[in-house]
Design a protein around this ligand. Sequence first.
Ligand code: PDD
Length: 284
Amino acid sequence: MSDVYLNGEMLPLEKAQISVLDRGFLFGDGVYEVIPVFHGHPLRLEKHMERLNASLAAIQLPVEITITEWRSIFDQLLSRNPGQHQALYLQISRGSYASRQHGFPTETRPTVFVMTMPLAPRINDSLDDVKGGTAITAPDQRWQRCDIKSTSLLSNVMHHQLALNSGATEAILVDAEGRVTEGSSSNVFIVRDGTIITPPRSHKILSGITRALVLELVVNDGTYPCEERDVSVNELTTADEIWITSSSKEILPIIELNGIPVGKGKPGGVWRHVAGLYQTYKAG
Ligand code: PDD
């Protein structure tokens, strides 16, 4: 059984308990982060902590934990729960109070929880081993603040289950205007005529740390042009390549969309190049 961090204490997972009046439980009133850790090194830790702080600020939840304190919590957890590749899961809710009231309590006592989770890297030494995933499209039924990494994930969960029910890996969401937003738990990239395209940052998507890393790698490399712009559902369904990105999925090529092969129905050449850049960065 693994050790976890809860409100200042390290303790075995089965001993970690919170109140049923916790606002995370009652309202989904909280935010979270998933930080991938490869060979013991958290990938882009500062960026994840910046996004956490942005999410906390957006929901007006002040938390007095410094980056040094966070690092010490992560180091302790990683040494107590050894493993080659893991993810740090970090969740902060607004805490528990005497009664259930929608309004924010005047005095805040957040619940702070961190655990490690095993992570099976999707991209290993041989890119030939990556078979790719499949996706469906679905109407995006979420709220207008998808930029906040909130634990209120019911729509995401339902979108994801829709994909699983049809045997697919991910649901790619499309807004009311026919524009691709993101996946139920990932960002989306397409390739058309050698150009890499991804929807722009906005309140409609989570600003993925993996998405930003991919864009940075592609720009620095300079082999392929890339654009952050709206992507229509028509551009998606006729794309040469589709990828989804996230801390746990890394850069996963989608080889079939709505039952129809994407491009040649196997991971594409542009994916291969960019996955190679990502792999080198990860190793570095
Ligand atoms: N999900 N969009 C959504 C809705 C997400 O839930 C995620 C990640 C991403 C990609 O973000 P990043 O590259 O920073 O992981 C985009 C995490 C992994 C999860 O909920 O488990």
